[in-house]
Each structure stands twice: as structure tokens, then as C-alpha cells.
Design a protein around this ligand. Structure first.
Ligand code: GUN
Length: 281
């Protein structure tokens, strides 16, 4: 019988813990979010980050820009936020408008305030298993969800499908640090099915609906779906053919209600942890 990896319940527990700890603090953790993109999904994600942080007693501010924002203005804002002692975490929602240079912006965030863990210092620290100031939120959320269900990672073959800088690549580093044996597959991988069939833990993060079908999954595998695609009817779908794959997997995440809430919970954990480090606690 398959078990559902319930990200909503697990994230709610994490958020309740953070809310309780925050209630005892006189000065509150403070998250700054920059939205320089008019894409609908990014707006939804940013609203949800703002709402969640306020709901657990953090302070937050969102800087929303139209497409006239220049690289220079954004750089100036990043410097201001880096220097503002009240701000603990700085998050730049990706992607940015196409005329902006994403890598240059991520490079400029103070690694100690880089709540997303995307600055090259933090990516390097993650890759060398050397205590990054913050670990990228979706990979961290996935590992925390697996831990919450006592799923062992050491020695397991984890197959990650999708090589994005936000999920696939940092997830491979994190799983490697957790002693999993990791294979990274992507859109140019030949014979994907032969590889996914060998996965003890299969994680798909591509945004291609029904990419992972039941014939691609080993009996008893743990299946994690990071995909989020909004269908024309407004429903959200993942990468995995959930209805069929659930008959083969031992554990599976739903979409929605799986990885999504865990990403937000990890962002809040990162904000809290950066706050503690910056205050020498
Ligand atoms: N865009 C999609 N996912 C993320 C994320 O986790 N962080 C940021 N900053 N942008 C994103």
C-alpha cells in the first residue's frame, strides 16, 4: 500500500515550531523579497512567501518592479539590503525579466543573507559539504520531507530528473552529502526509462506533465514530484502520472500538497537560521 508524503502536514508542523520560537523573540526575523518579473506563477509564489512569513510572526517586505527596472537599480537595492542590519534574508525571485543579468545579481547578495542559497559561495559550500549559510529551499524541503517519513538515503540510488540551478543540481549535491548514490538525468539523457527503473528514490523536477509513467518506476520506489504546471482548467499537475505510479511506488508526493509547501517551510527555516547566526545566537 502506497504512503503519501504529505508536504502540507509536514510543513505545517515546521511552521508551527518556528512561530512558537519567534513568539519569544523581541526582535523578529526579517525577510526581504524582490520580484522583478510579471510572470503569474512568480507573483503567486511571492505572495505566498510574504503571507507565510507574516503568519509565523516574521517581518517581511516585497519590492515589486515593472519591466522598466534597470540592472543598476537592482544592484543598488541589493547593496542597500546587504547593508541594512534589520534585514536577515534577501530573496530574488527567479526568473528575472530577460533584460536583467540573474547571475550578476545572485553574486552580489551577501552570502550571510542569501536565504535561497543561490550565491556561488553557498553553492560552493554545499558542493563541498562545508556548512553553507543557507541550503537551497526546494532541495532542503525534499530531504526534510523524506526524513519526516524516516526514509533512509545512505546507500540508496537516487535518480534526479532535471538539471536546473534551482532544484536538480543543488539537490544532487545535497543527496550526495546524505550518502546517496546519485544520478542526474535531463532532457538530453538517452533511454531515461532504463535509468529511472533503477532508482530507489526517483525525483522529477522538469515541469513536463506525465513525463514519469508507471513503466519507468521500480516496484517499491520512493517517488518525489517537483513539477508544477498550471493546466488550462486552472488545476496544477506535476511530472508524474500519479494515479498509475501510486500503484507501484512505496511512497509518493501529491501535487499540489507535496514539495511546494516544504519549499516555503524551508525558506522560513533558512530565514530563522540566518537571523540566529547574524545575532550570534
Ligand atoms: N523560482 C522558482 N523557484 C524558486 C525558488 O525557490 N527561489 C527563487 N528565488 N526563485 C524561484
Amino acid at each position: 500500500m502506497v504512503q503519501i508524503l504529505d508536504g502540507k502536514i509536514t510543513a505545517t508542523k515546521i511552521l508551527e515550531g518556528l512561530k512558537q520560537k519567534t513568539s519569544t523573540l523581541s526582535k523578529k526575523p526579517y525577510l526581504a523579497v524582490i520580484l522583478a518579473n510579471d510572470d503569474d506563477s512568480s507573483k503567486i509564489y511571492v505572495n505566498s512567501k510574504e503571507k507565510t512569513s507574516n503568519s509565523i510572526g516574521f517581518k517581511s517586505c516585497v519590492y515589486r518592479f515593472d519591466k522598466n527596472i534597470t540592472q543598476g537599480e537592482l544592484i543598488k537595492l541589493i547593496h542597500e539590503l546587504n547593508q541594512n542590519p534589520d534585514i536577515n534574508g534577501v530573496l530574488v525571485q527567479l526568473p528575472l525579466y530577460s533584460h536583467l543579468d540573474e547571475n550578476q545579481i545572485l553574486n552580489l547578495i551577501d552570502p550571510k543573507k542569501d536565504v535561497d542559497g543561490f550565491n556561488p559561495i553557498n553553492i560552493g559550500k554545499l558542493n563541498s559539504n562545508d556548512n553553507p549559510y543557507a541550503v537551497c529551499c526546494t532541495p532542503k524541503g525534499i530531504v526534510n520531507l523524506l526524513r519526516a517519513y524516516n526514509i533512509e538515503l545512505a546507500g540508496k540510488h537516487a535518480v534526479v530528473v532535471g538539471r536546473s540551478n534551482i532544484v536538480g543540481k543543488p539537490l544532487c549535491s545535497l543527496l550526495t552529502n546524505e550518502d546517496a548514490t546519485v544520478t542526474l538525468a535531463h532532457s538530453k539523457t538517452k533511454n531515461l526509462k532504463a535509468i529511472t527503473k533503477t532508482a530507489d528514490i526517483l525525483i522529477s523536477a522538469t515541469g513536463t506533465t506525465n513525463l514519469i509513467t508507471s513503466d519507468m518506476v521500480k516496484k517499491g520506489a520512493v517517488v518525489v514530484d517537483v513539477g508544477i504546471v498550471r493546466m488550462p482548467n486552472g488545476k496544477i499537475k506535476g511530472d508524474v502520472d500519479f494515479e498509475k505510479v501510486k500503484n507501484i511506488a512505496s511512497f509518493i508526493t501529491p501535487v499540489p500538497g507535496g514539495v511546494g509547501p516544504m519549499t516555503i517551510a524551508s525558506l522560513m527555516e533558512n530565514t530563522f537560521e540566518l537571523y540566529l547566526k547574524q545575532n550570534g545566537i
